[in-house]
Design a protein around this ligand. Structure first.
Ligand SMILES: Nc1nc(=O)c2c([nH]1)NC[C@@H]1CN(c3ccc(C(=O)N[C@@H](CCC(=O)O)C(=O)O)cc3)C=[N+]21
Ligand SMILES: [Mg+2]
Length: 283
């Protein structure tokens, strides 16, 4: 029997714990707060914004929304970030990606105060993660590590193959796994012998953004599969980067879409914001 890795259940459990931590914070006069900057109207970003606001409200975490049109300039965003960086009421800042083409995303990310960088995307935080001294963890890879741990899937010594090399998932995922003693292969859209490599995976993590891209023939029986994809198929249904129907029967464990990685990204975002807010209590 294949184990279905339930991200909704673990996310729920984590959010219950977070609720208690926000109560303690509020008793000390601290309202944990997350500022969210959204530019334009990216689809995945809309889902993310909607779901995280609901989850934040439930646990007693305040959110401040800053919505900008597609035509916004870099200067306008930098001006807001500069203010939020020094606002003592704001513990976390998140700029939704992707940003429109006229805006230099790297410049915006680097402008965020690293101690408020809840995404862990600031170059300082990226560097510290790669040096195995993480201060802020990227939410999606962190959520995946927690899912694996919850299901007693030990990564040490295992061959983990990642499909995708984005700054948001693939690269930080590799660093986290390496820090946990996994053997890591990063593959991507230009990898020539992709199937040969995915077939070698003990654990396969897919974040390539192509609907149902990974098929039965791409994996070895007994594999553990983590699907980070969020795509709409022709019928308008939300599907992952893995063909679940084909791959599930031969896997040991697999994350569904929806209900797998997505809810964990949100749980980790909330947890990190709460941790940042707690940090302000006398060090
Ligand atoms: N700075 C930044 N950080 C991000 O982490 C980031 C981002 N920008 N931009 C957009 C993507 C996308 N993303 C999602 C997270 C959770 C769900 C999610 O809640 N998914 C649920 C629900 C799906 C549904 O409601 O239909 C699930 O998979 O079960 C979706 C999408 C974070 N991203
Ligand atoms: Mg999911």
């Amino acid at each position: 029997m294949t184990e279905i890795i339930d991200g909704r259940a673990l996310s729920h459990k984590i959010r219950q714990q977070l609720k208690q931590r926000t109560v303690l914070l509020r008793a000390r006069g601290i309202i944990p707060a997350l500022a969210v900057i959204l530019v334009g109207s990216d689809n995945a970003s809309q889902i993310y914004v909607r779901n995280k606001h609901r989850a934040a409200a439930e646990i007693g975490l305040a959110t401040q929304d800053f919505k900008f049109p597609d035509t916004t300039t870099e200067e306008e965003l930098l001006e807001l970030i500069t203010k939020l960086n020094v606002d003592p009421k704001v513990h976390g800042i998140l700029v939704q990606l992707p940003l429109p083409p006229q805006i230099n995303a790297a410049k915006i990310t680097a402008a965020i105060n690293p101690i408020k960088d809840v995404d862990g995307f600031h170059p300082l935080n990226v560097g510290q993660l790669f040096l195995n001294d993480p201060q802020s963890l990227p939410c999606t890879p962190h959520g995946i590590m927690r899912l694996l741990a919850e299901h007693q899937i030990n990564v040490a010594g295992k061959h983990v193959v990642i499909v995708g090399r984005s700054n948001i998932v693939g690269r930080p995922m590799a660093a986290l796994l390496l820090n946990a003693d996994a053997t890591v292969t990063i593959t991507h859209s230009k990898t020539s012998n992709l199937r040969e490599l995915t077939q070698q995976a003990d654990i396969l993590i897919v974040a390539i953004g192509r609907a149902e891209f990974i098929k039965k023939a791409d994996v070895k029986p007994g594999v553990v599969v983590v699907d980070v994809g969020m795509n709409r198929n022709a019928a308008g249904k939300l599907v992952g980067d893995v063909d679940f129907t084909e791959v599930e029967p031969i896997a040991t464990a697999i994350t569904p879409v929806p209900g797998g990685v997505g809810p964990m990204t949100i749980a980790m975002l909330l947890e990190q914001t709460v941790r940042f807010a707690e940090r302000k209590i006398g060090g």
